[in-house]
Design a protein around this ligand. Structure first.
Ligand code: NAP
Length: 400
């Protein structure tokens, strides 16, 4: 097979960009070279030859000898601008930016069709776990019932610290920030957004559905308190932040991100600290479980390298299920069995439970367990978030 020579223009030289350079240096692969690197801030010390650096995107985008753009910058809008310009110029793109892909998925699919170039993003969903191409290629013709997992290492690190070391949320978050696992603004990680973007990426391949972020409910772990941890501990369970994509009927799919209780028999129970786990429930092969490092320079660099080597062989995602999918709709009528704990009384008009099996009110909090429709939770999400209400899913067997 003739391998294409890749002349790379790299955008971003942070954790991920530097990770790719390190991996490429160690691998010393023929036919793959980084020609130019575009960054944002002049004057920062960098461990690369100054003649390779630029602050002007056009130095890469207008260079006809560069045939691949690797995009590893932090913002979504700038990234989409760079990626769409690169694709229109006939350059293949490899990106680590899950928000950029999730925010612009439909346009990026159209751009791939229009331009014929390839866009790959293995590193964007669970870093070092090889899951995008596994779902697309290995399970491309097999119906998928459900995907779930631990897609965000920062929140999992905080959950491990709270559960194992009995730290409260603020102390655990500070430790995550001090160790470089959490950003100064941790919202995307602790409020479930980062996990949602990854869920959107995987759902496009597993079920052929391209969902936009604003249509999907997300709750995170920001309002988790010791009382909730103790509730889980008393039942021998742990709390994990779980994105879920679940087939609920013919052409119906439920998508949401929410903390959930998991038991010891569940592989996710044992995924600790900054590690990620992905569970698939497929029609014929049954349950599959993957775990590994979801972030960091080397694991993410490994996934980028894998995309680049695939690109050398001419690989594009075929989007097998998306091409076949005619009319799958998001199902928000399903009832979820949840635990809700608020610092004050939860009024029935705020959280209209269909059924209630437990309620407890004390000076400090009001706790309810019951069934509520996904659409009612989504309607109230902003208000519940503002009011400091912690919501989590009660345990349900991962269905076989
Ligand atoms: N960190 C991880 O483990 C991880 C894992 C998977 C995916 N990702 C994703 O990968 C991307 C990068 O993450 P990161 O952790 O490497 O971020 P980071 O450490 O903050 O680095 C971001 C880099 O992007 C550059 N940059 C920002 N805006 C730019 C622009 N408009 N033009 C050119 N360069 C620009 C910055 O330049 P300066 O150096 O000049 O500031 C910096 O070098 C994000 O989308 C993230 O979600 C990260």
């Amino acid at each position: 097979m003739i391998k294409q020579t890749l002349n790379i223009g790299l955008f971003g030289l942070g954790v991920v960009g530097k990770g790719l350079l390190d991996v490429l240096q160690n691998s010393n692969l023929p036919g793959i070279a980084v020609k130019k690197i575009c960054v944002k801030t002049p004057g920062k010390p960098r461990e690369v030859a100054p003649e390779k650096l630029t602050f002007n995107a056009s130095d890469i985008l207008d260079d006809p000898s560069i045939n691949v753009v690797v995009e590893t910058i932090s913002g979504s809008e700038d990234a989409f601008h760079i990626v769409s310009r690169a694709m229109r110029k006939g350059k293949h793109v490899v990106t680590a930016n899950k928000k950029m892909v999730a925010d612009n998925f439909s346009q990026l699919l159209d751009l791939q069709d229009e331009t014929g170039v390839s866009l790959l993003y293995e590193s964007a969903a669970c870093g070092g776990i090889p899951i995008v191409r596994t779902i697309e290629e290995h399970f491309g013709s097999e119906p998928m019932e459900q995907i779930s997992g631990i897609f965000n290492g920062t929140s999992n690190f905080i959950l491990s610290k709270m559960f194992r070391d009995r730290l409260d949320f603020a102390v655990a978050l500070k430790q995550a920030q001090d160790l470089g696992f959490a950003e100064l603004d941790p919202s995307s990680d602790v409020d479930g957004l980062d996990a949602k973007y990854k869920l959107i990426l995987l759902t496009a391949h597993s079920h052929g559905v391209v969902a936009s972020p604003e249509t999907i409910l997300h709750f995170g772990i920001r309002h988790l308190r010791t009382a909730d941890i103790e509730f889980a501990r008393q039942q021998g369970l742990k709390i994990k932040l779980l994105p879920v994509c679940k087939r609920t009927g013919t052409n119906k799919l439920a998508l949401y991100v929410m903390p959930g209780l998991v038991g010891e028999k569940d592989g996710l129970y044992h995924v600790e600290d900054e590690f990620n786990g992905v569970q698939l429930n497929t029609a014929y092969s049954g349950r599959q479980f993957f775990s590994g490092r979801g972030a960091g320079g080397f694991p993410t660099g490994s996934a980028l390298l894998s995309d680049l080597v695939s690109l050398q062989r001419g690989y594009r995602y075929p989007y097998q299920k998306h091409r076949l999918n005619g009319h799958t709709l998001l199902d928000e009528d399903i009832a979820l069995r949840v635990y809700a704990r608020a610092p004050r009384t939860i009024l029935p008009e705020i959280l209209p439970f269909d059924t209630m099996e437990y309620a407890e009110q004390s000076a400090g909090h009001h706790c309810i367990i019951g069934e509520i429709k996904l659409k009612n939770l989504r309607k109230q999400r902003e208000y519940l978030h503002e009011q400091g209400v912690f919501i989590m899913r009660m345990p349900q067997d991962f269905e076989n």
